[in-house]
Design a protein around this ligand. Sequence first.
Ligand code: NAP
Length: 379
Amino acid sequence: MSEIILFGATGMTGQRAAAELEAAGASFALAGRDPVKHAHVASRFPSADVRIAELDDHDALVRAFTNAKVVLACTGPAGVTNERLLVAALAAGAHYVDLGGEQAFLHAAYERHESTARRAERVAISGAGVDCVLGDWAAAWAAAYVCGMERDPIGDAVRDRSIDRLADDRPLDDVAVSYVFDDLTLSPGGQRAALARLHDRSFVWRSDRWEQVAPASQRRRINAGLEMGGERDVVSFPGGDVITLPRHLAAKQIQTFASTSRRAGTMTALRWLARVAPFVPKRATDALATYAPSDEEYARTKFAVVAQARRGFASAQVTVRGQDLYRTSAVIAAWIARQLAARSTGPVGMRAPSELFRPEPALREVAEAAGLVVEPSFA
Ligand SMILES: NC(=O)c1ccc[n+]([C@@H]2O[C@H](COP(=O)([O-])OP(=O)(O)OC[C@H]3O[C@@H](n4cnc5c(N)ncnc54)[C@H](OP(=O)(O)O)[C@@H]3O)[C@@H](O)[C@H]2O)c1
């Protein structure tokens, strides 16, 4: 019996996640739609069996997931592929984890599947990569500091019970998570997901509800450290954290930002591009060809996640820096899948990262596994 079923094992992140599961000695199987490609991947992981199922065949998916503790979906774009995997995982009695990160998918998934997951007494968590697990944990930790909460003991990362929402009595004024990149290289799946996002509605959290906003309509200056060129512009983008953070912390405003270049001119061009992109017909972006970068290009990507929380005059920032978006996301996704497979009790339902894991200990554990630098402004 395999405890974890990794669906989408042929992809850039899927193959890396399989390597992480293997290195951790986890019991896992590989699953997906293409028998030839999966046989090829499986030759590198002799202990893992292979299960073939098409996304359109719900019964085949449920059969493939039967007896598993966790289904880890490394497929994408999430909005196209993941809902069917989530539904089948819960029907098979397994927890569900995906890389996701797309705001529109997260928003819809919480609305549609929260009660099914709770009734099944299973967990569903989406966005288990750099975006939005690191942002959710870093922002929750910064917010807890601003609210004067005691620090969580290191080494106790998995929650065994549900938590109250932080700052419900006196909400934070502003929470912002910025994703900052140098030499950003996107996988074919990442390129398709980025194009799909151009047509999604974009939300920010304001005064206890999600408000639709124009893409790239806001700009900030943030400092992700000298390693990332010091201060730079970031522009608003539809991050998954806008959906996950209000579940466990109260704030008047929650927004996500991104920067893919140190050069101000490039960021201005991107703002204009983001504004016109929704007017390009969806069929045109579907037709754009993706390209397959080399392993060296992926490894060159440097990133920082900068989470800022403010209430009145009190503020805090937690910065997480790393290299290689895809390996780091694979480490995070595999770590979460292993923790859920090993967990005997804890919150159930469709959950945000910080509802399932204590932010600081979880960040520290994942940072050690993925070689990340974690820098709180206050410790
Ligand atoms: N949250 C984050 O920080 C983060 C980080 C990394 C990736 N991601 C997201 O994760 C997703 C996967 O990324 P990736 O880099 O691994 O992409 P990728 O290399 O293109 O791999 C995509 C995987 O999904 C499978 N797939 C796609 N459409 C399918 C379908 N209709 N039925 C069955 N399988 C299907 C592919 O199978 P085939 O080989 O059969 O085509 C492949 O295994 C993307 O949406 C990406 O945006 C998020």
